[in-house]
Design a protein around this ligand. Structure first.
Ligand code: ADP
Ligand code: MG
Length: 512
């Protein structure tokens, strides 16, 4: 399809027609010039902020066009509308806003040379625009144009700073129902952001690029939730929570199987006896077992479930059983060898964990338990141990063998809650056993969609790359219009999405 853009100039307005789509818009244009050398930078920015707010409110589109050419910088502001009258009237309004807010230091000159600007820009004369740009950039941020100085208009991000009195009132009423303070509104530090048990038990998702502040936020959440009497268990993928929680008033208990301690619920014997299928499925998905391999494993696990005496480490026993099983057919021997190779990194000698000698730490109310898996170098094994702990805690919650309520924080959760892991589908059920998950990831596209759907509260930190942003938008965690805002967030700043409020809320979460 051949697209053509036609410009038609009327007295004070340009008509732009895109063929063959038949799109027709009017653009009313004014030139922005400065009448003083200084004084206006911040004010112009303020005026541009005002435009972005008007744009959000009234759905007008504005145009800021700067041409860098041998003649200097040429900056135009315009209003784009399907209606000629609207475009012209709105240009009057925004020119008055700009002139008022910059105290008259920036003037709006009505012109109709939109096309001239474009033409000038696409047919540069003697000096290359790049050279010119380099030259002006060397002088601070003030650019010389035809004996006048003007700031280059920067792209302005429409921060959702302004809430109406009614909106504040509504937000205050929502947060007054919560009792767990995690921070405050960005626009009003007096308005505390308080979440409720309902938010915790309907699960929380924390997303953001690496370094955006996710783990810090999770440590704040852990601290506040423990203060409310929850038992908190953190699966610490990178071994960073001990230091993150140094400022916490709650008792923090550090466990690490490689250093001799483990959380009591992690009992493979118990899991094999009560839920052998869960145990098999976790190994099957994490080790990517073929159907024959899974079959051999299943036989061994079922046999162990019947015969287990309480002595020894289950995985070593399973490996022994498989090794000693009588080979019948060739496919069996081959599958068995492959399965044994996959199981080997889980054996106690390979892992260097003395399972029978580990001290088993009981989980109590109001305390934070760190389960540090960072020293397990094999990622698959790390995933399996973490998954087995999560599955065991769920099992204990189901049978009332553990204190409640309990919050389970899973950092770098894409390693665990992916589509293949059977744990992902359990997340919808655990609320009834007073178990809430906080799931943290920089790669939401790698999480199972079931997990995203079942996390009702979302805390979105900065997303630094287009692919990270697109992943968040495509999983409908966030809408397109918040793209720029999310790019610009600093650590500790986040968008909070809760079911009670339609739009995301910009909040600040101070460190412990
Ligand atoms: N609320 C905050 N206030 C100030 N600095 C913060 C805050 N949250 C995080 N940071 C800083 O940002 C950096 C990254 O934080 P971290 O929580 O490790 O991010 P992530 O887990 O997303 O990689 C750290 O240096 C941390 O001190
Ligand atoms: Mg982190």
């Amino acid at each position: 399809m051949n697209e053509k853009i036609l410009f038609d100039r009327f007295n004070n307005i340009t008509k732009v027609k895109i063929e063959p789509k038949g799109v027709e818009v009017y653009i009313a244009i004014a030139e922005l010039v400065a009448v003083s050398k200084d004084e206006y930078d911040d004010k112009l920015l303020e005026a541009l902020n005002m435009l972005s707010e008007r744009s959000v409110k009234n759905n007008y589109n504005y145009l800021l066009l700067t041409c860098v050419s041998s003649k200097g910088l040429d900056t135009k502001v315009g209003v784009v509308s399907r209606n000629k009258e609207t475009a012209w009237k709105e240009l009057e309004v925004i020119c008055s806003i700009i002139e008022t807010l910059t105290h008259g230091f920036v003037r709006c000159l009505h012109t109709n040379d939109f096309f001239d600007t474009v033409e000038e820009c696409i047919t540069p004369q003697s000096l290359s625009p790049l050279n010119f740009l380099m030259r002006v950039l060397r002088r601070s941020n003030a650019y010389q144009i035809r004996n006048k100085v003007i700031v280059h208009p920067l792209s302005v991000i429409p921060y959702p700073l302004i809430h109406t009195a009614r909106e504040y009132q509504y937000l205050a009423s929502v947060f007054s129902r919560g009792s767990i303070p995690i921070g405050h509104l960005y626009s009003n530090p007096n308005l505390k952001v308080m979440i409720s048990d309902e938010h915790i038990l309907r699960h929380i998702l924390i997303v953001g690029s690496t370094g955006s502040g996710k783990s810090t936020t999770a440590s704040v959440l852990a601290d506040k939730v423990a203060e409310k009497g929850y038992a908190v268990v953190i699966i610490d993928w990178h071994g960073e929570y001990e230091s993150l929680l140094q400022g916490s008033k709650s008792v923090t208990v550090y466990t690490n199987p490689l250093k001799g301690s483990v959380l009591e619920p992690l009992s493979l014997e118990d899991l094999i006896k009560r839920e052998p299928l869960s145990f098999i499925e976790i190994l099957e998905s994490s080790l990517e077992l073929t159907p024959p391999q899974a079959h051999i494993l299943e036989d061994a696990v079922n046999l162990l479930a019947q015969k287990f005496t309480g002595q020894g480490y289950c995985i070593d026993l399973i490996i022994d059983m498989i090794q000693n099983s009588a080979a019948t057919a060739r496919w069996f021997t081959e599958s068995r060898e492959a399965l044994l190779r996959k199981l080997k990194p889980l054996s106690s000698s390979y892992l260097n964990i003395q399972w029978s000698k580990l001290s088993r730490i009981k989980i109590e109310k109001g305390k934070i338990y760190i389960f540090d898996v960072s020293a397990i170098s094999n990622t698959r094994v790390r995933r399996i141990i973490a998954s087995l702990l999560i599955r065991s805690i769920i099992l204990n919650a189901q049978y009332n063998n553990i204190v409640k309520p309990i919050m389970l924080v899973v950092d770098e959760a894409h390693n665990i809650f992916h589509s293949e892991n059977p744990l992902s589908t359990l997340i919808a059920e655990v609320r009834k056993w007073s178990l809430g998950f906080t799931i943290i990831t920089q790669a939401p596209s790698m999480l199972s969609p079931v997990v995203i759907k079942n996390t009702n509260t979302k805390i979105i930190h900065a997303l630094k790359t287009t692919s990270d942003i697109n992943a968040v938008i495509s999983s409908s965690i966030l809408k397109k219009e918040h793209k720029k805002l999310v790019l610009s967030l600093k650590p500790g700043e986040a968008l909070l999405v809760i079911p009670e409020v339609v739009e995301p809320i910009l909040i600040k979460i101070p460190k412990l």
